[in-house]
Design a protein around this ligand. Structure first.
Ligand code: E4P
Length: 218
């Protein structure tokens, strides 16, 4: 299972990269705005800065909502760096754009996916990644993990190569459950990734080991 971090914060990306378990980064316009990154040139530069920190794929989202606009922006993004994956919204024009980029061997991430039907379309269009937003489904009392299970089943039925990128991951159990289901990738905040480290028995066991060592080596 690949671990992506879902942020545009360079310090957090560096921290996850230094942990040695990071496989890529996802961003979106809201995450860029949260970091105060505004203006086309600054945004493009920020994507390159992110690519220079991590080794894996970096999703960069188009702002245009029409087919021609998505193609123009997506081609500009893809030329920025070989690690860039063009992130496209799940709309009619977005599906057409995913197919266009797939035919050109440009990687895509179809985002804002909330149903199996949408995930099926993304795979048919040849998307590299599909991003079902599990946290946002949970927010409206719908089980996000069931969507991941259903997409896994359908993709496996037909051997679709589109990778299931569980997005809108909010906490450690989302990660663990996505791994049990067989999501190919998860993207979440640094807190969810580092949360996997925690267990009170690890802390108390380590404290005991150190105390016993110190007793015997006075
Ligand atoms: C995915 O690529 C999105 O950036 C993201 O996971 C959305 O998460 P949120 O629902 O926590 O905003």
């Amino acid at each position: 299972m690949k671990f992506f971090i879902d942020t545009a914060n360079l310090d957090q990306i560096k921290e996850a990269q230094e942990l040695g378990v990071l496989d890529g980064v996802t961003t979106n316009p809201s995450l860029m705005a949260k970091e105060g990154i505004t203006g086309r040139n600054n945004i493009l530069k920020h994507y390159v800065d992110i690519c220079n920190i991590v080794d894996g794929d970096v999703s960069a989202e188009v702002i245009a909502t029409d087919f021609e606009g998505m193609i123009k922006e997506g081609e500009e993004l893809a030329e920025l760096h070989e690690q860039i994956v063009v992130k496209i919204p799940m709309t009619k024009d977005g599906v057409k754009a995913a197919k266009y980029f797939s035919d050109k061997d440009i990687k895509t991430n179809v985002t804002l996916v909330f149903s199996v039907g949408q995930a099926l379309l993304a795979a048919k269009a040849g998307a590299s990644y599909v991003s079902p937003f599990i946290g946002r489904l949970d927010d409206i009392s719908t089980d996000g993990l069931t969507l991941i299970e259903d997409i896994r089943l359908i993709y496996d039925n037909y051997g679709f190569e589109t990778e299931i990128l569980a997005a809108s991951v909010r906490h450690t159990m989302h990660i663990v459950n996505c791994a049990k289901i067989g999501a190919d990738v998860m993207t979440g905040p640094l807190s969810a990734i580092t949360g996997l480290l925690k267990h009170p028995l690890t802390d108390s066991g380590l404290a005991q080991f150190i105390a016993d060592y110190e007793k015997g080596n006075k």
